[in-house]
Design a protein around this ligand. Structure first.
Ligand code: KG4
Ligand code: ZN
Length: 364
């Protein structure tokens, strides 16, 4: 069976083709991605209308690239999968509309995939080192921070989540205050490499809450206060653009603040992940989502889990942020597990529930 997957929930258009049989993990045959980051950077964040229009421009050429790379034709595809949500409605409609149009034209079934399930299963793209069930998953993206217990494909229980900002949002908002381009997470992490993580005392919200929830909104406020304090001392600060003023400060000070912000976020993610592992008595952790690309998070999780004999699985860096491969893979794994019947109704829903309910129960 060949599944074509389309991701278009935010600022990346991704298309991929996977092949699966009754047994064994689905195999990625080809993938193509276009990131809109350059386009949105001038606005300091994603402009939904521009995002939708760009998805429209890219999705068909990317599909053609994937077909060329894999040597397959549209007629060979058995199922057209698309990201059902969550995401920007206009952006989601592009992927959903194209998948349904292709399905209808070729008389093939379609399947909507939850974006977070795509992230969650992305470590299975690494067929050599794929995790075994059950495991604890730390889902850390730009929009979500969640700890889940995962007992199998489609068998997910939420253990805790952010009650306000997501970890990626904390990275991005702190980066913006520090004058870094959108999306600032990776740029902040780069600055942090040369900084002292103990230079500034920043809050670790809910670290001792006794549950597995997160909160990052207070951290953002603390970063704002710290940036204002540092900038106030600079003789050329204009007081018009905080980020631009911050960029005037010596590199070492900027690196120190970046390292302190990263340390605060990473410490909370590591300690809560360990608490989730302890609570569930599981010995495997899977990390997924864009923040899963963060080197400090990987190093600290690997070290802390290594000491306890816990195995940690990360997706390859290219599968941490949004991509079509994880959507095609999640669709194939759900079909393979018998959880889904891809259908020919071509009526799509772009607001699914998470964690997923009973098979077929995807709305509203
Ligand atoms: O999973 P993703 O592509 O999008 C969502 O589904 O939200 O994650 C994007 C997030 C952004 O917040 C971005 O700043 C963050 O992942 N990110 C990072 C790094 N690379 C991407 N955050 C910290 N360190 C990184 N190296
Ligand atoms: Zn994502």
């Amino acid at each position: 069976m060949l599944v074509l997957g389309i991701e278009s929930s935010c600022d990346e258009t991704g298309v991929a083709l996977v092949q699966w049989q009754e047994q064994g993990l689905p195999r990625l045959l080809a993938h193509a991605l276009h990131s809109q980051i350059d386009m949105h950077q001038a606005f300091g964040g994603v402009v939904p209308e521009l995002a939708s229009r760009d998805h429209i421009r890219r999705v068909v050429p990317l599909t053609q690239t994937v077909l060329e790379q894999s040597g397959q034709s549209l007629a060979d595809i058995d199922v057209f999968a698309y990201t059902q949500g969550p995401g920007l409605a206009g952006a989601l409609l592009v992927g959903a509309g194209v998948a349904c149009a292709l399905g209808a034209a070729l008389d093939k079934p379609v399947l909507g995939v939850h974006h977070l399930e795509g992230h969650l299963l992305s470590p299975f793209l690494n067929t050599d080192k794929a995790p075994e069930f059950p495991f604890v998953a730390l889902l850390v993206s730009g929009g979500h921070t969640q700890l889940m217990r995962v007992d199998g494909v489609g068998r997910y229980a939420l253990l805790g989540e952010s009650i306000d900002d997501a970890a990626g949002e904390a990275f991005d908002k702190s980066a913006k205050l520090m004058g870094l381009d959108y999306p600032g997470g990776a740029a902040l992490a780069r600055l942090a490499e040369q900084g002292n993580p103990n230079a500034f005392k920043l809050p670790r919200p809910l670290l001792h809450s006794g549950n597995l929830d997160f909160s990052f909104a207070g951290l953002k406020t603390a970063v704002l206060t710290q940036v204002q304090r540092m900038v106030a001392q600079h003789p050329h600060a204009s007081s018009v653009d905080l980020g631009a003023d911050f960029a005037l400060l010596p590199l070492s000070q900027r690196c120190d603040l970046a390292a302190s912000v990263q340390a605060a976020i990473v410490e909370v993610l590591v300690k809560k992940s360990l608490a989730a592992l302890q609570q569930t008595h599981l010995m495997r952790l899977v990390v997924a989502g864009g923040v899963g690309a963060n080197r400090s998070l990987r190093e600290q999780l690997t070290a802390a889990c290594g000491q306890r004999g816990i195995r940690v699985h990360y997706p390859a860096l290219q599968w941490c942020t949004d991509n079509g491969a994880m959507i095609a893979l999640a669709a194939a794994m759900r079909l393979q597990a018998g959880l889904e019947q891809a259908d020919k109704r071509y009526a799509f829903n772009v607001k699914p529930r998470w964690p997923l309910g009973d098979p077929g129960d995807n709305g509203p």
